[in-house]
Write a protein that binds this ligand. Sequence first.
Ligand SMILES: Cn1cc(CCO)c2c3c(c(-c4ccccc4Cl)cc21)C(=O)NC3=O
Length: 291
Amino acid sequence: EANVSRYHHEFLELEQIGQGEFGGVYKCRHRLDGCIYAIKKSLKPVAGSVNERIALNEVYAHAVLGKHPHIVRYYSAWAENDHMIIQNEYCNGGSLADMIEKARTGRKISEHILKQVLLHVAKGLKCIHTLQLVHMDIKPANIFVSREQKVNLQGEESADDGFEEEHIEEEEEVTYKIGDLGHVTSMGNPQVEEGDCRYLPREILQEDFTQLPKADVFALGLTIYEAARGEPLPLNGEEWHAIRNGELEPLPGYSLEMQLLLKQMVQTDPSARPTASQLVHHHTLCPPTVM
Ligand SMILES: Cn1cc(CCO)c2c3c(c(-c4ccccc4Cl)cc21)C(=O)NC3=O
């Protein structure tokens, strides 16, 4: 019958993990494959509305972006009972916003971790930009964390008795992923749906859409700056404009080369900012080569 819910039929809802004006996000187990997914349920947007365009953008972008280690994976989307439903990869480590919140009362986020976040997100952006798309809403809440327990058996010939002497090395592998593709648009015909104004560069506010990929680089720069400082960014006013004039506070505890890189990423002139590809190969972010 019409109101059979695919959602309840196929998934067991475990807990709500997000809430917004759009609706809710749920951690669910697929009853057949047993895997965990993140599922966003939002009210079905009015046909022809901005919200419908955002909802369609999101699904089109996921379909085009397919599988990438630093972009949250999309599985399916459907409509039921006046709701739009999207089933995505579940990232078990929360978001960068959660990490920033935790660091406010606990230990600051280390430079090494910030470099990892910057490198992973830059790799995801490189993929998006290579496909002539732009994200347009890069911010801590849209960067998700996956923590995997890597077990590798290190067998080695032991000299004397020739037995394989195995020892197990437990190490955790953390991967940062770009999520929430609701603002993705093509570089070509930008119908730009502005993202969060705290991460918005001035040129986008002035409707200069000639260098959209550099808006993602700007937002990533401010995202890392906020993660380093631990203070929320201004929504508007003097401080908002000071940042758009390239005035960043010094970040004690972080290297000057890191601070310089962030300054370059948030420069007023979009052409002066590095591309995502230049960030991926930036000497500040490349892992040290073991000699
Ligand atoms: C609030 N919230 C918390 C999480 C779990 C983080 O440990 C989360 C996820 C997603 C999303 C999400 C964002 C935008 C669109 C669709 C989804 Cl499922 C939202 C999420 C998503 O796509 N994957 C997630 O893990």
